[in-house]
Ligand binder design. Structure first.
Ligand code: FE2
Length: 274
C-alpha cells in the first residue's frame, strides 16, 4: 500500500496547491490513502466545511487538525457529521467530533487514522500517550487495522520523538505537524514505524510559518500587536511524507519526503518513479 501525508495547509496558497495537485498525484502515483492536516486552511485559522469538502474532493481520505481545529465556529457543528474530519483524541470528553477513524483505502485496506496533540508549549490537555494507547488497543494493527497513521500535532521535537518510539511497531506511521517546517529525520524506526518529527506545511515558505512576514516581524521587534496575521499568498510548496507499506504486516518498508513547487527544493520519492 502507498500512503501520502500532507502537512498543515496554510491559507489560500496552500489550499490551491493541494486542490490543484493532489488529484493528479493520487492518479499518477497510484496513492492508496491520503491524509492531510487542514487546521490552518481557512485564512490560517481553522477550517470551514466547504474547504473540508474541497480537500476531500481533491483526494484526501482523512483530514486531521490540532490546536486551531475550532477557530472557525462552524467546525463545532460539522465535526460530528463529517466522518473524515478528525480533531485531537486527547480533547476532553464531550468535545465535538472524533479523534480517530477507520477508513477504507483505494486498495481495500482498513486504515486507522489517529490525531493527538502534544502538551509541551501547548494548551493543557489529557495525556496524548494514554490516548494513543487507548486508540491502538481499540483497533490494533494487524487485527482490525491494516495500517495505522498517527498525526501528533505538537510544538516540541522531544515529545514527538518520544511518541514515535512509544508506538514503534504498533503503527505504520507517526509524524509531527504544527511547526510548519519539515525536518530531515524521516526514517523507519527499529520496530517498523515510519517517523518524521515534522512534515512541514503546504503553504508559502517565504513567510513566517505561512503568515505574511511583516506582522510577525513587527511583533518581534516592538512587542506591540498591530494587524492580525494573514496567510502569505506567494507560490506554495506542497510538503508531505510518502510511505510504502508492507501489506502483510502493515509496517513501513520505505519512507521519503515529497516537496513540490514554491520556495523549497523539490523532491519526489525514488519509489514513486517507475
Ligand atoms: Fe497547530
Amino acid at each position: 500500500m502507498r500512503l501520502l501525508f500532507l502537512g498543515d495547509i496554510v491559507g489560500r496558497a496552500g489550499r490551491n496547491a493541494v486542490v490543484e495537485q493532489l488529484p493528479s498525484l493520487v492518479a499518477d502515483r497510484r496513492l492508496d490513502f491520503v491524509v492531510v492536516n487542514g487546521e490552518n486552511a481557512a485564512g490560517g485559522f481553522g477550517i470551514t466545511e466547504d474547504i473540508h469538502q474541497a480537500i476531500v474532493d481533491a483526494g484526501a481520505d482523512a483530514i486531521t487538525t490540532g490546536n486551531h481545529v475550532f477557530d472557525q465556529r462552524e467546525a463545532l457543528v460539522f465535526a460530528d457529521r463529517q466522518e473524515r474530519f478528525l480533531r485531537p483524541a486527547n480533547y476532553p470528553a464531550g468535545t465535538p467530533g472524533s479523534g480517530s477513524g477507520l477508513f477504507t483505502a483505494r486498495n481495500g485496506a482498513r486504515v486507522l487514522v489517529v490525531n493527538v496533540m502534544g502538551r509541551i508549549f501547548m494548551e493543557s490537555l489529557d495525556d496524548p500517550f494514554a490516548a494513543l494507547d487507548r486508540e491502538l488497543a481499540a483497533c490494533p494493527l494487524g487485527e482490525q487495522a491494516d495500517a495505522v497513521v498517527i498525526d501528533f500535532h505538537a510544538e516540541a521535537s522531544s515529545e514527538k520523538q518520544a511518541a514515535g518510539y512509544f508506538v514503534d511497531g504498533r503503527a505504520t506511521l507517526l509524524l509531527g505537524t504544527h511547526t510548519h517546517v519539515p525536518t530531515s529525520d524521516h526514517r523507519i524506526l527499529p520496530a517498523g514505524t515510519a517517523y518524521q518529527t515534522d512534515v512541514g506545511m503546504c503553504g508559502d515558505y517565504e513567510s513566517v510559518i505561512g503568515m505574511d512576514k511583516e506582522e510577525p516581524l513587527r511583533r518581534f521587534l516592538t512587542r506591540v500587536p498591530g494587524e492580525r496575521f494573514s496567510p502569505s499568498r506567494g507560490p506554495a510548496t506542497l510538503s508531505g511524507l510518502a510511505v510504502e507499506v508492507d501489506d502483510n504486516t502493515g509496517l513501513a518498508t520505505a519512507v521519503a519526503p515529497v516537496r513540490l513547487g514554491g520556495a523549497l527544493s523539490e523532491t519526489i520519492p525514488s519509489f514513486w518513479v517507475d
